[in-house]
Ligand binder design. Sequence first.
Ligand SMILES: C=C(C[SeH])C(=O)N1CCC[C@H]1C(=O)O
Ligand SMILES: [Zn+2]
Length: 597
Amino acid sequence: ERAAEEAAGRDYMRTLDEVKSKSKNRLVLASWDYESNITAYNEEKLLQLSLEIAEEEKESWKETMSYLWHEFEDQDLKRMFQKYSQLGTSALPEDLNQRLIQAVNNMQATYAKATICDYKDRTKCDLHVEPDVTDIFAKSEDPEELKHAWLEWHKAAGAASKGNFTEYVLMENEAAKLNGYDTVAEWWLSEYEMTNEDQFATLWNQVKPLYEQIHAYVRGRLRAKYGEDVVSKKGPIPAHLLGNIWAQTWNNIEKFTRPYPEKPDVDVTAALIAQNYTPLKMFQAADEFFKSLNLSGVPDLFWDRSIIEKPNDGRDLVCHASAWDFFDGEDFRIKQCTTLTSAFFKTTHHEMGHIQYYLQYKDLPVIYRAGANPGFHEAVGDVIALSVATPKHLRVVGLLEDGPDDLESNINQQFKMGLEKIVFLPFAYLLDLFRYSVFRGITAPRDYNCHFWQLRESLQGVEPPAPRTENDFDPAAKYHVSANVEYMRYYVSYIIQFQFHRALCQLAGEYTPNDPSQLLSNCDIYRSQAAGKALGNMLQMGSSKPWPEAMEVLTGQRNMDASGVLEYFAPLHEWLKMENERTGEFIGWEPSTVQYC
Ligand SMILES: C=C(C[SeH])C(=O)N1CCC[C@H]1C(=O)O
Ligand SMILES: [Zn+2]
């Protein structure tokens, strides 16, 4: 009867977990080999192993579905069976799975190998997105050089992948249907225990007023710098002038847009170089922060097997930063082409946050070794980085000399954080609104680029530096579109990380709501055992419970909302409204005059 069936199911789950641990370990090792060294041999090995494991998974899926797990009373056992009942892309017939794997591998390789020619020296054509194009956008203040780099990169990495992307959409949608979803959009939303994107729209409505204020202020400062012919009074901002090839964060233009330029700069990049930091030292600093919270340090294997600098042996590799769980409870790695910049100092904390999550849930069944939802995984490292980025913490670790702690300095600091966190929200939101509409067939291939730029203009208030046509495919110029990595996880992360930060800061005694002497943006949880314990308790849950339960363990709230973001940036929001009022800056943007549809 049922009790015997559940007992049998429990035994079966234990065995299946052992089998899964081994097959996932083999697959991740082959993926690591391919992404660390893109060769035909490594691609073929990954393809063959992927197809072999897909067949094994089809077999074990039949056995899994032979149990009456829908009736099980043990909710935890039922949750495990429910997760194993999702076969994923292994549900595809082998030939379609092969076409899918090849389409994504082709896009990844195109992106990794893409290069552009230097603006000044047109014979120098070996510039990759990391570090070269990234550096151009960090340093150049020449609109023509920025336009050249923008157009060349979007041609080399975007347009080139349109065919493979269309094939990938077909195959991935087929897999979605075989897993019981209408399209990939619903499959991705199910990861958040949602059936539509209404909650994401609600979050956007909460933060949009704040975004419009910082957008208007930045447009005004850019117009002052480049002139009205380059930056209009009321139109969208040209995407190539925002310090980032995707215009997703605008930190690199902070140096000439910050509210109080006469106040001392907080230039972490200069400090890292001046103090002979190395990539290794950056990783050790992040590791030390987690240990200060009485959380886990990384194992020795991590230092032996990670790749933390771009290899200089001329190989092709995926440079985009990533953290890896090899599902054997011991092997955890990061692959990152680190350079000595404040951006990479943050990325290092971001990636070490993934590793910390892996370490905290490594003893759970393999099926539960994931974030409570994908946004949780992206938030861990960023929460730590919110403390690290405070002038207070930077002084503790010697990366910033003493300076004023007055209102103007706080506004400058919040503005710097706003160029990373507020500005990012519409970008992350639109990237998957675009892909949802593609997966749902609302956006056909002949409309891809037009619909992408309609979203870029309406949500982000940016426009392309030159006319676009359907020979372009600008979305694939962003890594995650070429690599089939869902992106709403970052939108969720940039909302919930402030809810997490607020809770941790109160536990650390660093923040009291409505106490102006303790700004949330000045909180540093460094060395707080209470904060570390609460964070660890949430991370140890992995995906064993629905994400509202994990959220509640840390914050006492069961829902995600923008109250954390709005509380953190309240002083800046007030300042921006007053400043835009004072200068008469137009809030929002009128339609673009650039032809892109
Ligand atoms: C650092 C990573 C690897 Se998970 C990343 O892709 N991030 C972190 C911030 C947003 C997003 C991006 O670079 O687009
Ligand atoms: Zn991440």
